[in-house]
Ligand binder design. Structure first.
Ligand code: AMP
Ligand code: GLY
Length: 429
């Protein structure tokens, strides 16, 4: 079949790499893609939210399956667009409609959904633009640390955690009254702080049946030892040692099943991924957030451990046949190191020539912010590569990933030196 994948990050390179291995994939296009997706598929130069261009392309190229990588086209309603047009509505599409994507697009919507459906989560209250005084009073009465969350999409920057109540009040005023995150912060949640270890669980569902993909943990801060500002993610590991069978059973029973049942009960059709960010608080799972897509760089590690044909799974999802499929997971471990441009997540320079990507052994170089400029591979974004090492143990996966990352060079290249160390230490204890 002819397939179109939307997106341009490391996640999409991993999707393209895995889908291209399927015997069912005859032609794969990626829009807009990067220099890595061009190695697996044909890049086509249009934006992920240019629905008219995407629709016309699907008709012209007889696309049978569309896979949506990032959240923006989902929240903007790409599924609703396809379903509303006779020439597009029979095309299989992986990703929820506008309503289902609100699980990610609005923290208030997802919090109320969890509370209505008995999904364990932190207690929270929502404040609106004209409610600064109430919010400040609530902060005075709260036990720090204080967690503030902008309601809407804020590219991973909308969560502020502080133990300083005055800072919390200043921040919420900036969010509510000065629209620090634009419309995204016209509503703000103040949430109970959850003390525990994080991991992420990924579900592929057709709204009734589901499979649970391998779990992963990502590393959000820029610096070693989880220091410095938040980023899109600087690395990932899978499996996660504390997500043992007993914990995953609790996740399935207390989180996954009530989530799917809630979608059905509330008549929210959902064909796509649900990425569940969890806090393990003394062995009990609490949901921090839902996303309506896969994670980046979690996907690079997760897909490296899936043995099943990904196109089979995606078609089953989009055609409502999840009950007919199972997922086969590799016992191997995977670890991904993100290599970033110097200065990321703030300002950084683009256009530096990159060498050493061909040297990787037992590791896969997934491209993110890269492009070919006059025949040379150059950095073209904040996060440039995800280097995924695999091995029988996490230690081996870590060694393979770091050996490959150390061989790649460009001016200003940066990566964390401690991806996986915390999980390896947990393993020892
Ligand atoms: P989010 O954008 O919802 O993923 O939040 C970003 C990060 O903030 C999460 O990955 C957690 O590390 C942290 N976080 C969010 N909510 C809470 C909470 N209620 N308690 C503790 N940490 C949190
Ligand atoms: N790595 C976190 C995310 O994709 O949202």
């Amino acid at each position: 079949m002819n397939i179109l994948l939307l997106g341009s990050g490391g996640r999409e390179h991993a999707f393209a790499w895995k889908m291209a291995q399927s015997p069912r994939c005859s032609k794969l296009y990626v829009a807009p893609g990067n220099a890595g997706t061009a190695l697996e598929a044909e890049n086509v130069a249009f934006a992920v939210d240019d629905f008219e261009r995407i629709g016309a392309f699907c008709v012209e190229k007889k696309i049978e399956l569309v896979v949506v990588g990032p959240e923006v086209p989902l929240v903007k309603g790409i599924r609703d667009y396809f379903e509303s047009r006779s020439e597009l509505k029979t095309i299989l599409l992986v990703g929820p409609g506008k309503l289902g994507a609100q699980l990610e697009g609005s923290k208030d919507f997802s919090k109320q959904f969890m509370l209505r459906n008995g999904v364990p989560t932190a207690a929270a209250r929502t404040f609106f633009a004209n409610q600064y005084n109430e919010a400040a009073h609530y902060i005075d009465l709260s036990q720090p640390p204080i967690v503030l969350k902008a309601d809407g999409l804020a590219a991973g920057k909308g969560v502020i955690i502080t133990s300083d109540k005055e800072e919390a009040k200043r921040t919420i005023r900036e969010m509510l009254e000065e629209k620090k995150f634009g419309e995204a912060s016209s509503k703000v949640l103040i949430e109970q702080f959850l003390d525990g270890i994080e991991c992420s669980v990924f579900v592929l569902t057709d709204g009734s049946d589901y499979v649970i993909l391998p779990e992963a943990k990502d590393y959000k801060r820029i610096g070693d030892g989880d220091t410095g500002p938040n980023t899109g993610g600087m690395g990932s590991v899978s499996p996660v040692v504390f997500a043992n069978a007993a914990f995953m059973k609790k996740v399935e029973d207390k989180v996954v099943k009530p989530t799917i049942a809630g979608l059905r009960k509330e008549n929210i059709p959902y064909k796509g991924f649900i990425f569940i960010g969890l806090m393990n608080v003394k062995g009990e799972p609490y949901v921090i957030e839902y996303n309506a897509r896969m994670g980046d760089p979690e996907t690079q590690s997760v897909l490296s451990r899936i043995k099943s044909d990904l196109v089979d799974l995606l078609c089953a999802c989009a055609s409502g046949k999840m009950k007919d499929v199972t997922i086969e997971v590799d016992a191997n471990c995977a670890l991904t190191i993100v290599m970033a441009s110097g200065g990321y997540p703030d300002n950084f320079q683009k256009g530096h020539a990159i060498t050493g990507t061909e040297a990787a052994h037992n590791a896969k170089v997934f491209h993110a912010g890269t492009k070919i400029l006059n025949g040379t591979l150059v950095n073209d974004g904040g996060r440039v590569f995800g280097i995924t090492g695999t091995g029988a143990t996490l230690k081996e996966a870590q060694e393979n990933a770091y050996a490959a990352a150390k061989a790649i060079h460009w001016s200003g290249a940066y990566f964390r030196k401690d991806i996986g160390n915390d999980v390896l230490n947990l393993d020892k204890n």
